[in-house]
Structures are given as C-alpha cells and as structure tokens.
Design a protein around this ligand. Structure first.
Ligand SMILES: [Zn+2]
Length: 385
C-alpha cells in the first residue's frame, strides 16, 4: 500500500524534527519530489537551505540522509528522531560513493570490489550474439590471473555448437575499468529492478536503459553475478540491431592439480565420493558439494578435522565434473584462494591414498578446533549452496 502524499509528508516531518520543513511535490513525471529545508540556515542568495530528492521511498531516504548530515554538521546540539539512523545513513553514503565513478554519472550496478569477488580466475561466461546481417555466434569471456587490481580477460568466439572460431585475445583489465564500463551519464540512464528468464535460470536484475540520440541500449546486470551484463539489447531508430544473451556461466577454477581430499573414511582407488555424505564442519547438515584442494596442507586439515575417531587419511582424487572456488575459503583472510580449495557437485574419483604426510603440531590443531568451536557457538555455518 502506498501512503498518500500528505501522510508521507507528516511522517517525514516528524522524523526530521522541529528544525526541518518538509514538502512533497510531484515532478513532471508525476513522481514524488521530496524537499527538506532548514528553518534556520540560509543558502546562497538568502534562500532557505534545502535539499530536493526525486523518487518514492528512495527519494525519501535520500532526502532524509541529506538532512541527517545537515543536522550533524550544522546543528550538533539538535535532536530529531532521524538521528537514530545516522550510522545507516553514513553506510549508504559510502555505498553510493563506491558506486559512483565520477560526479554526473549514474551509480554502477557493482563496485570494483564486488566485481573482483564475483570474477575468480577461471570464471567463464558464454554469450550468444545476434547482430543484424551477421550469423549468430558465441562470445566467450574468461578471467585468468586474477589479483587485487585486476585480471587478464580472455575473449574468443565460438560457433553455436561450441567450435572455436579465430584466436583468443587476452587483455589486462582492472576491476575499476570493468566497473567504469557500466558508468553512464545520470541524464541518459534509467535504472530499474527486473527479474528475467535466462538460459541459466530466472535472475533478479538491475535493468539499465541508456539513451543516446537515436540509439537505446538496455543492459541487465544480475544482482547475484557481479561483472558484465547477462543480457543486452541495442536499438537504433526503434529497431533491434543486436541482442546478446548469456548461454552459460561457470565459476570453474583454473587449477591443473594434482588434487587431494582429506577425510577419516577408508577408501579404495576407484571409489567415488558423491555429495550427500555428512559435512565435516558445522552442524553436520548434508553437504551439497564434495571438497577438494590442490594443497597438501589444506587436505591435512580436512583429514584432521573430519568428524569421527578414525585416523585421518588423504587421497589423491580426480574431479569428474566442473569445480569452483570454495566460497568458505576464498577471499576470507587473504584475497583470492591461496589454499587452492575447491568444491564440486561430484563425483570425485579416488586415485590413491597419500602416505607419509605430516600432521599439524598438536597445538596448532587445538587452536583450529577452538576456532571452529567458537564459530559454531556463534551459529556460523559452512556455505553449502
Ligand atoms: Zn540548518
């Protein structure tokens, strides 16, 4: 239910406190326009200090945030109910700044940090490109050599059947560059929420409509997949001239192995591990994934911390399907995935048992157990989806 303009005005006036004057107008598009003014302060030209923000609830928040900063800065002794939200307002301001690359530009769908976290080495996106007067093809983009600042982005073409066409081009890009690709002039861009059906499922998106004279481009950025848009459509003079849509997106990690799996189970070469056997950590809920690592140290922890009293064992294993960075161990204490820890929906084939591995010192093991116990106590569960 949308509250009436006068009810909104009253609510905002109460929140803003006695120093404020609050008015809601309608703009040319019949959208609410929030105006919060200060009954004491004068701006340039002897007019009352005031801030205007368009939009429904967003406009209210934006105007109120601006007012909160005015109160804190100019009237340190003043009291108003809205001051209870000063921390939240600061957080939103920070968020907005991170999303705005340059003044006069609309906020980008993702910050550079969000893109870095969402594009691990090995992430591969295939998009179908339909351009007027050209045979459709797949554009493949793959992230490799990711670090704090950026990555190498490999781009190539495939036929619709997945056959490589031409060469792979590789360019170094920064996360900041990728963020800036989605930075458009405020007056040219309209940003809305939309859920769309795609080849990889229904995705909750931010839709950016960008107009430039005769051309209109619409980009859909999936909120859960920071990085490039998962669909875009270009219109010229009202006619669709190009459509680009996601075909698949894999987070497959870029690691040649060899791979290990630590456990307390006794296994034979040729055995296969499938998701569904109890998780090593947390409350023991059924795992949706099987974990593997390319470091003996991480496998050692797996063997030592697995549930049960049997001695720990480490096996050389081979993934039989795609695997991805383990989100429980990626971008945590250190950026990236230094422990080369992965997960797969399986199965994982046992190649051989690793003999003679070095256990962690008893003291280190106890520290790790205490840490996991503490996480459990705080209700922190392993990411399992
Ligand atoms: Zn004032």
């Amino acid at each position: 239910m949308v509250a009436s303009r006068s009810a909104r005005e009253r609510k905002a006036a109460v929140e803003a406190g006695p120093l404020a004057t609050v008015k809601i107008d309608l703009d040319d598009q019949k959208q609410f326009l929030y105006k919060i003014g200060c009954s004491v302060c004068r701006a340039k030209g002897h007019r009352k200090w005031s801030a205007y923000r368009p939009g429904g609830d967003n406009g209210y928040m934006a105007a109120m945030d601006r007012w909160i900063f005015h109160l804190v800065e100019k009237h340190p002794g003043a009291d108003a109910p809205c001051l209870a939200y000063v921390d939240a307002a600061r957080q939103r301001l920070h968020q907005r700044r991170e999303h705005v690359v340059q003044s006069g530009r609309a906020p980008t769908p993702f910050t550079a940090d969000e893109i870095r976290a969402g594009c691990p080495a090995g992430r591969t996106i295939r998009m179908r490109v339909d351009t007027e007067g050209e045979a459709p093809f797949l554009r493949v983009s793959r992230f490799v050599s990711c670090d704090e600042e950026g990555a190498v982005l490999e781009r190539s073409r495939q036929s619709l059947e997945g056959v490589a066409l031409g060469v792979v081009e590789a360019d170094r890009v920064t996360w900041r560059d990728l963020q800036a690709h989605a930075s458009f002039p405020v007056e040219a861009a309209t940003i809305e929420d939309e859920t769309i059906s795609t080849a990889i499922g229904d995705l909750d998106c931010l839709r950016y409509t960008v107009r430039d004279k005769e051309t209109e481009e619409v980009f859909w950025f999936a909120k859960g997949l920071p990085g490039m848009p998962i669909r875009y459509v270009t219109r010229a003079g009202g006619e669709v001239v190009a459509t680009v849509s996601v075909v698949d997106n894999t987070m497959q990690a870029d690691d040649p192995g060899p791979f290990f799996h630590g456990t307390k189970a006794e296994l034979q070469p040729g055995d296969v591990l499938e998701p569904g056997y109890a998780s090593n950590f947390g409350s023991g809920t059924t795992a949706n994934f099987i974990y593997l690592t390319a470091t003996l140290d991480a496998a050692t922890w797996g063997a030592e911390l697995a549930a049960g009293e049997a001695p720990g064992r480490i096996y050389r294993v081979e993934p039989t399907g795609p695997f991805e960075n383990d989100p429980n161990l990626t971008d945590k204490k250190f950026p990236g995935n230094p422990t080369r820890s992965y997960r797969t929906r399986g199965p994982l084939r046992v190649v051989a048992e690793v003999q003679g591995w070095e256990p962690h010192p008893a003291e280190a093991l106890q520290t790790m157990r205490d840490h996991l116990e503490e996480l459990k106590g705080r209700g922190v569960e392993a990411i399992n989806d």
